[in-house]
Write a protein that binds this ligand. Structure first.
Ligand SMILES: *Cc1c(COP(=O)(O)O)cnc(C)c1O
Length: 469
């Protein structure tokens, strides 16, 4: 037998070998057991061990057992422990147990979710998620949903649909003719629009810098009275949840007038759109349902696993037109064909874990989760304020922005907190000075986690003060 045959036959034999899947499960269980107590950021030593991973791709196959062992022995210690309760960096969510398990099973199915005919189950689960979420988020009935990797891609999709729709209304089919020679589209956004919005504008040929920037208030909210006059050639991008303060643009004040002027309104609600699921935070989202498109991450506030961004578009046709692809071999069905709503054709069935996440929470669980994240953020802010930290934002959602008495001490405290590995948060710049940004995003964060983390902040500030004295 030639080598090719025998190598491939070895791979086939591996399918029947349960020991490697058992090894993966044991490694995962080991990781989960240690998640709450491991240092939140890997040690220098763990990072140094990454050098032991193969540098060049070996000529010979590596056994599944050896691969798993490399991943667990070298990989696990070099992870950031964001499945524990004391990771507050960026805006990164935890991962619900049912969602993780569903993802394992879904990965085993290895479905291509692009078309119904490639996976009836993926189609059915994604159709269910669409109708559940449109309802849960209070979006207009009939709104279409596309499942993408994250909010960056979701925003790109919403803006693409808006761009094409505005141009179509002006008699220009951008999908066919492109942008050269097209009527000009204006883009209006807040001074604190997220970096991903600018990236999307660049990719869409609308220009990162060709924007009309609207001033914001002390919380980072767009000031409605400072909006320029809007018209039917305007893409207006609003924010439901500022990454530093958690503040929401005054959506109810802005959206009706913008739409009456003919503008396309997109809402970037990467983590904040979920405010709609709880009666306690729903007021923040008042008026959001009047927009044209929305982007959100299920992997943030909702605690679905990573790689779960969602675009919603009021006009199913506008989204499908922007994402259209024609090919003789695409077999569209009477059921949901998910590739109609995304840039991807082939993709993994991320609806499996999204569906499991939603079912695992239920309506009440989703509201309880959001309430708990907000309550832990308020606890964080109160305890820090009691220790003399300056809380810079109104804690309306899950973000807390804090500083110390001087910029130097703030910076050194942040570095100290990160080095402590007791908890981890990121930095930001607020009013031209360094600030520490805490994002409570995981269902795992307990009151005790917050108390322990505040103690780490206090200790780090003590060292920073001693070093400065
Ligand atoms: C996280 C975030 C994004 C980007 O989302 P990704 O999932 O990282 O692509 C965009 N906007 C806001 C407000 C965010 O918090």
């Amino acid at each position: 037998m030639d080598t090719t045959r025998s190598l491939v036959e070895d791979l086939r034999r591996q399918v029947g070998d349960v020991t490697v899947r058992d090894a993966a499960r044991e490694a995962a269980e080991d990781y989960i057991r240690g998640a709450s107590e491991r240092g939140v950021f890997p040690t220098e030593e763990a990072i140094a061990h990454l050098k032991e991973l193969p540098s060049a791709l070996p000529r010979d196959p590596t056994s599944p057992a050896a691969i798993l062992s490399l991943l667990h022995l070298i990989g696990s210690p070099a992870t950031v422990a964001q499945t524990g309760g004391r990771y507050f960096g960026f805006v990164n969510g935890g991962c619900l147990p049912a969602a993780l398990a569903a993802k394992w099973l879904g990965d085993t199915w290895d479905q291509n979710a692009g078309l119904y005919v490639m996976s009836p189950i993926a189609s059915a689960l994604e159709a269910a998620c669409e109708s559940w979420l449109v309802d849960l988020l209070g979006l207009p009935p009939g709104t279409a949903m596309g499942l993408v990797g994250g909010t960056s891609m979701a925003t790109l999709c919403g803006l693409a649909a808006g761009r094409d729709e505005l141009l179509l209304r002006a008699g220009w089919d951008a999908g066919s003719r492109g942008l050269f020679g097209a009527p000009e589209i204006r883009v209006v956004l807040g001074e604190q629009a997220h970096a991903s919005v600018f990236k999307g504008l660049g990719l869409l040929g609308l220009g990162r810098d060709r924007v009309e920037s609207v001033p914001v208030d002390a919380q980072g909210r767009m000031v409605a009275s400072k909006l320029p006059a809007l018209d039917g050639k305007t893409l207006l991008v609003l924010q439901a949840g500022n990454v530093s303060t958690g503040a929401f643009d005054p959506l109810a004040e802005i959206i009706p007038a913008a739409r009456a002027a003919g503008a396309w309104v997109h809402v970037d609600g990467a983590f904040g759109l979920w405010a709609a699921v709880s009666p306690r935070t729903r007021h923040l989202m008042a008026g959001a349902d009047a927009a044209d498109s929305w982007s959100v991450d299920a992997h943030k506030t909702l605690n679905a696993p990573y790689d779960n961004g969602l675009v919603f578009c009021r006009s199913r046709d506008a989204l499908a037109r922007a994402m259209r692809a024609a090919g003789a071999y695409f077999i569209l069905s009477e059921q949901r064909d998910s590739m109609l709503y995304t840039p991807d054709m082939s993709r993994r069935a991320r609806g499996v874990e999204l569906w499991a996440t939603l079912l695992s929470l239920g309506r009440d669980g989703a509201a309880a989760l959001v309430d708990e994240l907000c309550a832990r953020a308020r606890q964080f802010a109160e305890l820090l304020a009691a220790q003399g930290f300056r809380v810079r934002n109104d804690v309306v959602f899950n973000q807390v922005l804090v500083t110390c008495e001087t910029a130097e001490i703030t910076q050194a405290t942040l570095t100290g907190v990160q080095r402590s590995r007791e908890c981890w948060c990121g930095g930001s710049s607020w009013e031209n000075a360094p600030a520490m940004r805490i994002s409570v995003c995981s269902f795992m964060t307990t009151e005790d986690d917050v108390r322990r983390s505040v103690a780490a902040f206090v200790a780090a500030r003590e060292s920073a003060r001693r070093a400065a004295a």
